[in-house]
Design a protein around this ligand. Structure first.
Ligand SMILES: Nc1ncnc2c1ncn2[C@@H]1O[C@H](COP(=O)(O)OP(=O)(O)OP(=O)(O)O)[C@@H](O)[C@H]1O
Ligand SMILES: [Mg+2]
Length: 284
């Protein structure tokens, strides 16, 4: 293992502090609703008085800014190139939500080199104590670095829509994570359903497919109905739970948030994180 990789491993281990949770939002197929979910879920947690940091890791193609209708001067890219701290690049959103923009401009193809990631994690570690939840909107596609980051997280939420292509890609993503020893708790959110029944059948299909190759449980965190309010909110650059709090998708987010907090209170997810990290990294 290279020095760089060893250092990264140590930093990832340090990210585990009792009391906070690191959550990654991923998908197989792009465009299934990760950014909208990440943002609205983060706001919903903030409304419930949780301290949340949302990180747009779709580097160079960040969307959180656009969804919020804000323009930020600094993004995650600036922590790589310039001598800035994580606090310098944090912005305040609705209900005191802290977020870091992913930046735009495609000149960032090497942004997530191991050295950059290491620097970033160092900075993130400094800020960890302030937050109850750190949510990563991972963007589409998986790199080696993405997998490394995911393997440090407490929970990974895989998003899909009911479309067979998206479900297949969600399955492929889960398989890829499991084969790469990502041992975070896996949950799925099924977005854009037209009926409860449709969502349940997607969950069943995924569960069966996953059980076929591995003993991994895929927890259904929730479902979000397809509703034109989401597109309208995107166009007016206002998160849908704020624009239309009583709409179906907003109520779905609220339900997901409550379920999430409820499951967590039962201690279902966090206790074995450090153990998993150790097994994951120290055995190799
Ligand atoms: N529940 C929903 N109902 C209706 N439309 C939706 C819903 N969720 C998402 N959409 C539509 O899908 C679009 C893409 O959503 P979003 O940008 O959140 O996806 P993404 O997974 O982050 O995409 P990418 O992979 O490019 O990062 C939205 O702009 C909206 O038009
Ligand atoms: Mg996105």
């Amino acid at each position: 293992m290279s020095d760089q990789a060893t250092k990264l491993r140590e930093q990832l281990l340090k990210l585990n502090k009792p009391g906070n949770k690191v959550i990654g939002i991923v998908s197989g197929k792009g465009g299934v609703g990760k950014s909208n979910f990440s943002l609205n879920f983060a706001i919903s947690l903030s409304q419930k008085k949780k301290k949340v940091l949302l990180l747009d890791l779709d580097i160079g193609m960040g969307n959180i800014d656009v969804l919020l209708g804000t323009v930020t001067n600094l993004s995650i890219i600036d922590i790589f190139g310039k001598n800035l701290t994580i606090r310098d690049i944090m912005n305040i959103g609705p209900y005191g939500l802290n977020y870091i923009s992913g930046g735009s401009g495609l000149s960032t193809i090497f942004a997530m080199s191991e050295a950059n990631l290491s620097h970033f994690l160092n900075e993130l570690e400094d800020a960890m104590d302030e937050f109850d939840y750190i949510i990563f909107d991972m963007g589409a596609g998986v790199s080696e670095q993405t997998i490394k980051l995911l393997s440090a997280m407490h929970e990974v939420i895989v998003m899909t829509t009911p479309e067979p292509t998206a479900v297949m890609d969600a399955y492929a993503m889960i398989k890829h994570m499991v084969l790469n020893q990502v041992e975070a708790k896996l949950s799925i959110v099924i977005n854009r359903i037209s009926s409860q029944k449709e969502g349940e059948s997607v969950h069943l299909r995924l569960e069966k497919a996953v059980a076929h190759f591995m003993n991994v449980e895929v927890n259904l965190l929730g479902m979000i109905f397809d509703d034109s309010i989401v597109r309208k909110a995107v166009i007016s650059q206002k998160p849908f739970i704020l624009q239309a709090p009583s709409s179906l998708p907003s109520r779905n987010i609220d339900l997901i948030c409550n379920k999430y907090l409820n499951e967590e209170n039962k201690g279902a997810t966090s206790h074995s994180f450090i153990h998993r990290m150790k097994t994951l990294f120290l055995k190799r």
